[in-house]
Ligand binder design. Structure first.
Ligand code: NAD
Length: 285
């Protein structure tokens, strides 16, 4: 987008951390912002704080695991601001554990919030962003755990890789449109993700089931300030930057993964089973 002033953004997980950082950056840039979160008390307090700063904002409680809730939030956004231009599918929960042993309530909670929440957001908001013909942007918060496999983060890796893949598909599908697409892959950011169980729904075991995340709150507190990430997301929207990385030191992890992937092709070149085999490429219908 070349200009965001007066444009409308909808953000999930906006009562805390990076979502709140985005709301602050967007508000300061003159955007109208609909903040949403499962945690209503904190959400209302943050909305009041932003209003006191003179920003044009409103709030709506949304549990992103509920498809209907995203559609209701979309309706409320249009009722409040008339249009919507920017979608930030940001809500997420930190869940640790190995794929083979992770408590199934944690597995489902992780995928329902971190993956299905993004799908529901896209389905509820993209038709509205396309409907007015003006410039728009869609962003989803994945993670560096969507860029390479991390020990003890099986379900989280699975959900975040899926979000990266989905947003890459969105990039391909929107290449020739006036809708930009970005995926945010943060490294460590000083947010409340280490306390994600604080608002885990009863159907996933409530707050009592441990999240098994083995990253300490002390370590997270050393991370980047979430307001910096908010400003970075705004800049990415204005420059239509597809991949948003927050920690340049983690570049080597991505390079290492791609080296390993490409070595699979080196192996294929010398693989006995493929030698001389007839092979067509996949054609689109
Ligand atoms: N903090 C990090 O180091 C880090 C690193 C990589 C990726 N991320 C991702 O960043 C995103 C934002 O998290 P954060 O770090 O700001 O954490 P945070 O806990 O400070 O903020 C996340 C927000 O999402 C909300 N939320 C949780 N479940 C929800 C649900 N079902 N419906 C709606 N809202 C819900 C929470 O109430 C909270 O306000 C997440 O997608 C997370 O996976 C965080």
């Amino acid at each position: 987008m070349k200009d965001v002033k007066g444009k409308v953004a909808f953000i999930t997980g906006a009562a805390s951390g990076m979502g709140l950082g985005m709301a602050r950056a967007f508000g300061a840039a003159g955007m109208k912002v609909m903040l949403s979160d499962i945690e209503d008390t904190t959400l209302q307090a943050q909305v009041a704080d932003l209003k006191a700063k003179g920003y044009d904002v409103a709030g709506v409680q949304v549990d992103v695991t509920k498809e209907e809730a995203l559609h209701n939030a979309a309706k409320k956004t249009i009722e409040t601001f008339g249009k919507v231009h920017v979608l930030c599918n940001n809500a997420g929960v930190g869940v640790g554990g190995k794929s083979e042993t992770c408590d199934m309530r944690n597995w489902r909670w992780c995928v329902d919030v971190n993956l299905w929440g993004v799908v529901y957001g896209l389905q509820a908001f993209m038709p509205l962003i396309r409907s007015h013909g003006e410039e728009g942007h869609v962003m989803a918060t994945a993670s560096m755990a969507g860029m390479y496999g991390v020990r003890n983060l099986g379900p989280y890796n699975a959900a975040k890789f899926a979000v990266v893949g989905m947003m890459e598909t969105m990039m391909a599908e929107n290449r020739n449109s006036n809708i930009g697409v970005s995926v945010l892959c943060p490294g460590a950011v000083a947010t409340n993700i280490g306390s994600s169980t604080r608002n885990r729904q009863q159907e996933y075991g409530g707050a009592a089931v441990p999240s098994d995340l083995d990253i300490s709150n002390e370590a997270l507190a050393q991370g980047l300030h979430p307001d910096v990430v908010g400003k970075q997301v705004l800049e990415a929207i204005l420059k239509n930057q597809p991949y948003i990385f927050t920690d340049p030191n983690m570049r080597k992890m991505v390079e290492s993964r791609f080296r390993k992937i490409l070595s699979g092709y080196d192996w294929a070149d010398s693989c006995d089973a493929l030698a001389g085999a007839k092979q067509g490429s996949l054609q689109r219908k």
